[in-house]
Design a protein around this ligand. Structure first.
Ligand code: PHE
Length: 339
């Protein structure tokens, strides 16, 4: 009997398996109900009493050895199948795809950073406004056409509540709440009752700027805007101020920059003039300062306002303003990573 046990032990020690099926065959052969080790337990009753202790221990040891051996062979196949199943366990996880910033946000942030370097802070105001902040405090006469239904979206039929047509309303809110010195820019969304086309939309964005202090002059306005234009469009950019009219500034001007596409030579973007109009500006009208209880004898200021869509179209060569609002990812993802 002991010889038989030794022989089985030897067999098990040498046993190998090349598949999980082989392991199963070993299990059946040695440790199943009809396997050879169980057979030994059946034969045990015939072992003479004085040998029972030794033989019993030997069978138990053999059984434990067989269990361990078969389990370890099975484990080796289980880990091997994970390795060979085609799944590359060393692969890094799925990358998280980052979105990209909307081009209007990229340009808005750029404008904020440029003015930030000149000490301008950022303020915002409501999109649903009243007549006072959008028109009256800004020196619009009662019969001004901008107040017309054709240009302005009103809320319900209350002519006093409307969607702001420009961010100049935020000038008033800031000046009502703060005495000079004031140096801030106001980015935001504005609304005009206009037909939608490649060049204009009923919703767009502006950045307004305001600087009020003692002795602020037109030269300060010009130098500030020159710095801004060079930072945004490049060091070689020149500016040109043309006389214009806004109810809330006097004198008023429109600013052109030398065409960033052709460098002033003339091309179809600048309509062969070499210049691109990008903003309106002027010295804050004393009536506006007085509307906000700021002493116009003591203080003066300048203001400017620009459309973010227009500047973004110029910077990126975008030909249709409607792209900004369609949210087509093919368009949006061209504008680089989120910054
Ligand atoms: N609010 C003017 C517009 O919407 C722009 C502007 C702002 C002009 C400030 C002068 C000063 O066209």
């Amino acid at each position: 009997m002991l010889d038989k046990i030794k022989a089985l032990q030897q067999e098990l020690e040498n046993a190998t398996a090349s598949s999980q099926d082989d392991v199963e065959l070993l299990r059946i052969k040695y440790i199943s109900k009809k396997g050879s080790i169980n057979q030994l337990f059946s034969d045990f009753k015939n072992v003479p009493g004085d040998q029972k202790k030794e033989v019993g221990k030997a069978i138990n040891d053999l059984k434990n050895f067989a269990l361990e051996k078969i389990n370890s062979l099975r484990d080796s196949f289980e880990s091997k199948t994970a390795e060979t199943s085609g799944a590359d366990l060393t692969r890094p996880g799925e990358p998280l795809r980052l979105g990209t910033r909307h081009p209007l946000s990229l340009v808005k942030n750029k404008i904020i950073r440029i003015f930030g370097r000149l000490g301008f802070t950022v303020a915002e105001g409501p999109e649903i406004e009243d007549d006072w902040h959008v028109f009256s405090a800004l020196n619009f006469p009662p019969e001004h056409p901008a107040r017309d239904m054709q240009d302005t979206f009103f809320i319900e039929k209350d002519p006093d509540i409307l969607l702001r047509t420009h961010t100049s309303s935020v000038q008033i809110r800031v000046m009502e709440n703060q005495q000079p010195p004031i140096r801030a820019i106001f980015p935001g969304r504005v609304f005009r009752n206009e037909a939608i086309s490649a060049r204009s939309h009923c919703i767009f964005h502006q950045v307004e700027g305001l600087y009020v202090d003692e002795n602020v002059s037109f030269a300060d306005l010009k130098q500030t805007l020159l710095y801004f234009a060079k930072e945004l469009f490049g060091e070689d950019t020149q500016i040109r101020l043309r006389p214009s009219y806004f109810p809330f500034t006097e004198p008023s001007a429109e600013m052109d920059v030398s065409c960033s596409i052709c460098g002033g030579e003339g091309c179809n973007v600048c309509k062969y003039t070499g210049w691109l109009e990008i903003l309106g500006c002027g010295m804050v009208d004393p009536n506006v300062l007085e509307s906000c209880r700021i002493d116009s004898q003591k203080y003066s200021g300048f203001a400017f306002g620009m459309g973010i869509e227009r500047i973004t179209m110029l910077l990126y060569g975008i030909k249709d303003i409607r792209h900004f609002f369609e949210n087509d990812v093919h368009f949006l993802k061209q504008f680089g990573p989120a910054v």
